[in-house]
Design a binder for this molecule. Structure first.
Ligand code: SF4
Length: 320
């Protein structure tokens, strides 16, 4: 089995992180410009739940009172303006409208602005690195609906974006697999297991044991197993693990297939994360051209080359 994606993935994004000057104070920034040419490999869906609620720009900032976004949806918390106006009904409609737009477009991933009481997922305060009351109101819906969630600031780090991108491709590809026949599940796991092991060895080994003993699984358990793998793919890896995996995969490819890359340096060589990201990218492109499985990046995006452009499967991530 070969794993690749040949259509552009749709990604929702907090509009203020896509260049929209929609924040309460009329500010915004475009984090996607740091992706360079790779930006056009995706279809972006910028949304602002506060603007969609009917609040304009500029507006008074809103805050959550009495709990987090989950509490808001359960009726235990309120959202109020600085002047004390209750904006709960407005926000309910704005969030529902955004979610509806994402569902209609088949979008399964979202780049969110961390620190917002609306779009924040793990933090709802921008002050002094305080956590606030996460998740935010819209962030709560994104979590509940199982979106693949990427913090906007991680697009500014080449290594973090590289990690998010490879897991995003694997997540979207797996979401589209039927995952219905034992032989298909074994093949899928063969493709994804190295990446899953890198994220969590213990959990990947546990999943691998159950797949190796498919006879004892009833087909009613297949959807739960697929969800477990999808949830694992949502979790970020660590730079230390990524670096170890780079060397491990390179040694395997070198020994088994004679692959050589001058870009890949010895594991003990001191270098920054941007350099490691460029080594990974070069190995990813090299293996893709040779049609070999690079376990750290099991699913590739096959971009159709434009006139005069060499055919590449991925890349173009410029330095932040
Ligand atoms: S964080 Fe979300 S709600 Fe706030 S301005 Fe950005 S898109 Fe709008």
């Amino acid at each position: 089995m070969e794993g690749f994606i040949d259509t552009k993935i749709g990604i929702g994004i907090s509009a203020c992180q896509f260049g929209g000057r929609v924040r309460y104070n009329g500010k915004g920034q475009d984090v996607t410009r740091l992706l360079g040419r790779e930006r056009s490999d995706f279809i972006w869906h910028p949304l602002c739940p506060e603007v969609m609620s009917g609040m304009g720009v500029p507006r008074v900032p809103v805050s959550l009172r009495g709990g987090n976004g989950d509490d808001f949806w359960e009726g235990r918390a309120e959202v109020k303006s600085r002047e004390g106006e209750n904006l709960g009904e407005w926000m309910r409609k704005g969030c529902a409208s955004c979610l509806d737009t994402l569902a209609r477009s088949g979008v399964r991933a979202f780049v969110f602005m961390e620190g917002s009481p609306s779009c924040g997922v793990y933090r709802t305060s921008l002050k002094n690195k305080r956590l606030g009351h996460p998740p935010g109101i819209f962030g709560s819906l994104l979590l509940r609906e199982g979106f693949f969630l990427i913090p906007a600031q991680d697009l500014q780090s080449p290594i973090k974006w590289w990690d998010w991108r490879r897991r995003l491709f694997a997540f979207v590809w797996l979401s589209d697999q039927a995952f219905a026949a034992p032989s298909e599940i074994v093949e899928i796991w063969h493709l994804l297991k190295f990446l899953c092991q890198e994220i969590s060895r213990a959990q990947a080994d546990e999943i691998g044991r159950r797949i190796a003993d498919m006879k004892s699984l009833s087909n009613r358990e297949y959807p739960g197993l697929k969800k477990e793998i999808l949830d694992l793919l949502r979790r970020p890896s660590e730079v230390r693990r990524i670096k170890q995996a780079l060397w491990k995969h390179y040694r395997f490819l070198n020994k088994r297939f004679g692959i050589e890359s001058e870009a890949v340096r010895m594991p003990d060589d001191e270098r920054g994360v941007s350099k490691i990201a460029s080594e990974l990218l070069s190995l990813e492109i090299l293996t893709s051209r040779e049609g070999l499985l690079f376990g750290a990046v099991p699913i590739h995006y096959r971009r159709a080359p434009s006139a005069g452009e060499p055919e590449l499967d991925s890349g173009g991530n410029e330095e932040a």
